[in-house]
Design a protein around this ligand. Sequence first.
Ligand SMILES: Cc1ncc(COP(=O)(O)O)c(C=O)c1O
Length: 398
Amino acid sequence: MFEKLEHLPDDPILGMMAKFRRDTSDRKVDLAAGVYQDENGKTVVLRAVREAEQRVHDAQKTKTYEGLAGNVSFNRAMQRLIFGESHPVINDRRVATVQTTGGSGGLHIVADVLRRAEKEPVVWLSGPTWPNHRPLIRGGDLSFEVYPYYDVERRGIDFDGMLGALDQAAAGDVVLLHGCCHNPTGADLSQGQWDQLVGVLERRGLIPFIDMAYQGFARGVDEDAYGARLCAARLPEMIVVTSGSKNFGVYRDRVGTATLVAPDADTTAACASHLANVTRTVYSMPPAHGAAVIDTILRDDKLHAEWLDELGTMRDRINSLRSRFSAAMAERTGNDRFDFVADQTGMFSILGLSREQVDRLREESHIYMVASSRANIAGVRQSNLDYLADAIAAVLKP
Ligand SMILES: Cc1ncc(COP(=O)(O)O)c(C=O)c1O
């Protein structure tokens, strides 16, 4: 039986990470992996997380199963992180949340509920989007459409193209949006663009499906939730998926949430029952540790403040690297081609290099990024910035 299985090629991003690990050069630079790195190239455990882990460990009395929805206290805390302390959708009991195995688990769980709710659900993805969106959501009778989002040539959002495409969508279609720190482009909608977009979603009866994998990495926890909070205030239905991987740095603990907002409390209760029922058929119950840690942080004033401080440090470092990278490239190229990197947010930007230039950077200079020239700016350091800028400038020369 198994001899019929063909060996699959590596996942493009994970494959690049494996190549990086095998590279023995001490000049190698990792701009491929989607994890935050500090100035020493380390992805460290946050202080707030360490302290919360100690408290969880000390207080733990059992390892029996959580319920199907996971840690209910954590789910409530996450609702407040997404929507703010006293958003009407929370007060009106219009929010159903389950704990999931990372943002990836959340995307998959939501897709299964969509299939139950709608006969042939159509999901609109941004062009481009995170490559794992399609495989995580795919299945059954669900189909995809793509709305234009980022124009690599112009290095900016094609907002007219986006609204034009969504104006053709049918009522009830689902629109997957990046809440902030768009992956892979780093180009986020402004508040004014969110305002306009919500008008189109409202007029066409479309349902926003917001992937908030990076809340707090762009401008701040509340600022980054602008689009999600606006949709919740204006629309009868929406979907939000979050991840604790990046903003709490608990990548391997696999914790996130899937949230449905429904028009009234009864429909919300039905949504909650389906979210729970779907998890039963996928992994039964989520792992407890990461959610207990995040819940401990969000419910303790001191730990909460410490976490916000550490999140701010990560965000400020990325934003300052963005400016320094743009300046270093302007110095070498004598033009403003890379200025857009300073204006974008989150870890990623598409540098606009050809496949051949990306390959040359890896082969000649041990600089790793994915084939689309998506670079993780958090992989840049003061100590490798000049080396990196020189190498990129060299491959750009005709
Ligand atoms: C846009 C986006 N969504 C979701 C995820 C999933 O994150 P995780 O499953 O690690 O929590 C990621 C991770 O890279 C991402 O970039």
